[in-house]
Design a protein around this ligand. Sequence first.
Ligand SMILES: Cc1cc2nc3c(=O)[nH]c(=O)nc-3n(C[C@H](O)[C@H](O)[C@H](O)COP(=O)(O)OP(=O)(O)OC[C@H]3O[C@@H](n4cnc5c(N)ncnc54)[C@H](O)[C@@H]3O)c2cc1C
Length: 358
Amino acid sequence: MQTDFLIVGGGAVGLTSAYALLQSGYSVTLVERGTIGREASWAGGGILSPLCPWDYREAVTRLTLHGMAMFGEAADLLHATTGIDPEYQRSGMLLLPPYQNVLASRWCVRHQFAMQSVKLADYLSGLGESARQETGLLLPEVAQVRNPRLLRALRKRVEMLGGAIIEQQDVQKFEIAGDRVVALHTSEGKLSADAYIVAAGAWSKTLLGEHALGMDIRPIRGQILLFKFDAPPFLQILLKENLYFIPRRDGHVLVGSTLEDAGFDKSTTTEARVSLLQRVREIFPGWQQMPVQHWAGLRPGSPDNIPTIGRHPHLTNLYANSGHFRYGVTMSLASAELLLNEIEGLPQPYSVKEYRWN
Ligand SMILES: Cc1cc2nc3c(=O)[nH]c(=O)nc-3n(C[C@H](O)[C@H](O)[C@H](O)COP(=O)(O)OP(=O)(O)OC[C@H]3O[C@@H](n4cnc5c(N)ncnc54)[C@H](O)[C@@H]3O)c2cc1C
């Protein structure tokens, strides 16, 4: 089998990279250790924004705003071409106090991002007594998708465009000759291509071994509880400090998430379940529902949440698209575009210095 690009990892980042390359006429094979779209990208909440965007460096802002701007149209196109609806919706995000009003206002003005101060009681019922009198911060432009649907749609689109997908094949080693990768050694044998892209999420650094160089990516576990209501109990994504609630159209509500340094351990814990539930009930004292599901995923944690996108410093046909940490779904389409620009030697829409592989 000969292909222009071999992509390692079938999460949101690998799939969107494949999609961008296929649209530009390259042949692509995507190799995945397990099943496509079942790791962090499946486990995530699908909020298409950083939680408090003003908490992050400009390198995160640029990439997330770019990704957010691409999502609506891309989701419509995926829906129209594959028949699978990723359920993109601009539900807005409502921040409950305390939040940094001055920083938030400055950031929103600077980035022309809509914000409104609103009375919480106009948007939410069931709040505790004191919260009912309080003001919240509404970011009406924040959107969401349903990750499992997005991933299924992306997979189908990649296949429709002629991309080859190999599952249940673990990439174990890079075979190098001179300044080039010549093959991937996998659990089933060898795979080769003209160029290689590592999009293996939390596992990217481990997989690359000595070739990782300055890439700093480690797994950060996140746990989410899923609740089910007959109808959505509220319409906006809610955020109180670092706890979020994501209402889906069908009455499901995701509540998360934890940020845990637990190595590659993906188990759920009673401690997280109890603590998340307790925090839910502090905000909504009358909340009776018990979780219908509880899961965990491993984020590809990177310093300052800045991913590595681009060519290896020494190996001329090896690229990375890894380390998107808390916002890999939000960043995915934009990140794939930056990678494609680099591959084709096209100008970038903004400085990409901070994403470079050193
Ligand atoms: C609880 C939680 C909530 C989140 N919420 C949000 C959110 O609301 N919004 C947002 O934008 N982001 C969110 N994220 C972050 C987001 O999910 C990640 O940044 C994103 O999914 C990373 O995508 P990825 O494709 O790099 O990684 P993954 O989805 O983990 O994909 C990597 C793939 O590589 C494969 N792989 C690894 N090693 C090998 C190998 N050796 N050989 C072959 N295949 C291999 C894995 O099996 C996996 O399928 C959340 C994450 C978690 C865990």
